[in-house]
Design a protein around this ligand. Structure first.
Ligand code: ZN
Length: 280
């Protein structure tokens, strides 16, 4: 075999190694998996159903993390409390922030003691998710240039779907009377959804805790004034006071998991519930 052919063979890897990328939460894992396709393995630090607010990394997820070449942080600071444990087992990991272009909700409204006062629940707004998807695509393309075109093609598909969903939300919510655009959730997970689509989110919990009777009373009053027909709860949190409030408002309780991998179905379920429960 001539020298030239050898040189050629050495330049072309026979087995392209998959890129292992870690992310914080399930909805982001879903985005990275879609854009990464078969070229990327995704590790989510917070497993399905776990509550990131009280999350303690298990040895198994630390082990998974040790395989990652890159970690995509959402940039909200939600991971600050436990990230050092992960980077402690993987000192070579490249850290990327997915927050380029994100229009953060700031201020003391959210309670996470570990964050820097930025509302971390970006994944309930298709508008913010388009920015996350763009950032994921750029990060993957820079990590793995030979596959950059594939990442861009998959990302374009996802961006189109998110844009459709964004439009669908706008047109659906436009049809709701202005008096029916308030909803109650236990935990304020839908702040971006509410702000970006002209809804109002009222929350049951107070600073991350069960409300006091006085808070429940006030929320029932506000709920009545705003014709709230639905109270959302999620599996990570208590349903006790939400049930009392729903009963008083003659509202239904709907359990959705905003932290699920399938964030799109969750957004659909949310909007359908709001539509179905508009009080005449
Ligand atoms: Zn939260």
């Amino acid at each position: 075999m001539g020298k030239f052919l050898w040189a050629l063979l050495l330049c072309v890897p026979v087995f392209a190694a998959k890129l292992t990328v870690a992310v914080t939460l399930q909805p982001y894992a879903s985005i990275v998996q879609e854009i990464g396709g078969s070229d990327v393995d995704v590790v989510a630090l917070v497993p399905p159903g776990a509550d990131p607010h009280t999350f303690e990394p298990k040895p198994s997820s630390l082990k998974e993390f040790s395989k990652a070449v890159a970690y995509f942080s959402d940039g909200s600071g939600i991971d600050e409390a436990w990230l050092p444990r992960f980077t402690g087992v993987n000192k070579m990991v490249k850290v990327f922030a997915l927050s380029n272009g994100i229009d953060w909700i700031e201020g003391g409204k959210h309670h996470h003691p570990e964050d820097r006062d930025l509302d971390p629940h970006l994944w309930t707004s298709p508008l913010q998710l388009q920015r996350v998807a763009h950032n994921v695509c750029e990060a993957l393309a820079s990590l793995d240039e030979p596959h950059a075109d594939k990442y861009r093609a998959r990302s374009a598909k996802l961006m189109q779907r998110l844009a459709n969903q964004d439009l669908e939300l706008r047109t659906t919510i436009e049809k709701l009377s202005p008096e029916s655009r308030t909803f109650i959730v236990f935990h304020p997970a839908y702040g971006y959804f509410a702000r970006d689509y002209g809804m109002t989110q009222l929350t049951v919990e107070v600073k991350g805790k069960e409300p006091k009777p006085r808070d429940v009373f006030d929320l029932i009053k506000t709920g009545k004034e705003n014709h709230v027909g639905i109270v959302f709860v999620q599996p990570q949190f208590s349903k006790r006071s939400a049930a009392t409030i729903a009963k008083e408002l003659n509202a239904v309780i709907l359990e959705t998991d905003p932290l699920a991998f399938d964030y799109e179905s969750n957004i659909r379920a949310l909007i359908k519930a709001i539509q179905d429960n508009v009080k005449k």
